[in-house]
Design a protein around this ligand. Sequence first.
Ligand code: URA
Length: 410
Amino acid sequence: MHIPTLIEHKRDGGVLTSEEIHYVITAYTRGDMPDYQMSALAMAIFFRDMTTEETAALTEAMLHSGTMLLWNDHDPLRVDKHSTGGIGDKTSLILAPLLACDNLWVPMISGRGLGITGGTLDKLESIPGFRTQLNEVEIHQVIDRIGCVMVGQTAGICPADKKLYALRDVTGTVPSVPLITASIMSKKLAEGLNRLVLDVKWGSGAFMKTQEEAHRLADSLVTVGEAMGVRSSVRLSEMNEPTGESAGNALEVAECVRCLQGQGPQDLEDIVLDLASAVSISTRSDLATKLHSGEAWRKFQQMVEAQGGNVSVLEKMATVHRAPFIGELKATASGRLMRMDAGGIGQAVLELGAGRSKAADAIDYAVGCDQIAKTGTEVQTGDVLLRVHARTKGALFRTLDFLPEYIDIV
Ligand code: URA
């Protein structure tokens, strides 16, 4: 096959065959196809899109570019969720141990945050000692003992996605439905799942800005999942205000601990229970009982310990990572809180140092916002709308000046 001809064919709106797609992905993974050709092809896909069959073939080729987690027939059902990411989206840390209490196995492979959306691995790494880079033997050992494991992509899983995602990130080709679908689903399918729930968000704090875009991505993800034998469902949700009441790594782990102890904010608990019941064999109310009884909290502690984390600090995360400057943003009027904009808060938290602008940036676990008030609440002048945790006094004042533009009280 002649790669320049395949690029031209896609550029002109043609449809690539499964063999052509497998050929390209194999050549790229081996280093036989240079980045400049793959960038041209990714841009052609961005403009010309792909059919459902092409997207499925791309997902399959990326999945088979590396290894998969292998399971035995008599093993418990493997389930997972994928979220397209948002501000304060911390549901994975509660969901994985909750599902493991239901005799399901949750081999969760997660990512790091990039841009304004936080990443599960960064949150977990704020727990002193917690190891997110386990090899495949260690993943199986933790799953066998605990029923859930939360790790980063191993060296063997989907190497094609690792290369292609890094290339897309610097060539303006991230927001393409077929490329996103193949990237997300190849990694999830490599977990060897039976069931998957997709948490697809839209809004100011999400990757997809409109409900229509989110629908299109959700349809594509579910279609590919089902075509590859994984029972897939979707929960579409708005991300115009943060999930829960905190955003920032250690602050979010502290909130997850409260939720696992049955004292989480209602919106966070609702999302967790909705997602869990989509892949579980138990009812939503049985899952709520497991959450409120402390069973999921005990499972979380076992998982943290199995992955090298210090369990004794879990209830003191905000003290272990205490930012030097903490300030309150107060309401300057009385009325109903109508907007607490996720995009604005995400930007503020990123600039405080909790996220990354480039993959190599270091992150500050202590900074972020907490006690974030929920829209719909009646507030009085002087009530605290949120607290800002900053590394420097300058950063604190900049954030307190920046945020009011993203908050409306009517
Ligand atoms: N997350 C992924 O893993 N891949 C994408 O392409 C976008 C988000």
